[in-house]
Design a protein around this ligand. Structure first.
Ligand code: FES
Length: 127
């Protein structure tokens, strides 16, 4: 039984949507108080949907896998749908995380939600 699920290893080794978006419509930055790691999400919104989602994660392998999974789950979704993505859902999608790495899953959805709130603030459509 491997320590990490195959999905976690896959997303860690081949993370999707890494990088920055030029002139993003929203950004969300969250730090993990447990370990000091940092995650930033960038979003591009079109017609109420997340047209593009990118991230930069300065953190452990589990945090990178989580960000990658969040970006895949969020891309193409409406803002409301994306707001319903929870940290627990992401961990489940990844096939679980070892108990001592569960805190690493706490950043992903939070950073995405912050980016959406940032967009709403900027566009004046209310939070
Ligand atoms: Fe910091 Fe995993 S050890 S997010």
């Amino acid at each position: 039984m491997p320590f990490y699920s195959e999905k976690v290893m896959d997303h860690f080794q081949n993370p999707r949507n890494v990088g920055e978006i030029n002139n993003p419509d929203g950004t969300g930055e969250v730090g993990n108080p447990v370990c000091g790691d940092l995650m930033i999400f960038y979003i591009k919104v079109r017609d109420g949907r997340l047209e593009d989602v990118k991230f930069k994660t300065f953190g452990c392998g589990a945090a990178i896998a989580v960000s990658s999974m969040v970006s895949e789950m969020a891309k193409g979704r409406t803002l409301d749908e994306a707001m319903k993505i929870t940290n627990e859902l992401v961990a489940v999608e990844l096939g679980g995380l070892p108990p001592n790495k569960m805190h690493c899953s706490n950043l992903g959805a939070d950073a995405l939600h912050k980016a959406i709130e940032d967009y709403k603030k900027k566009s004046g459509s209310g939070a």
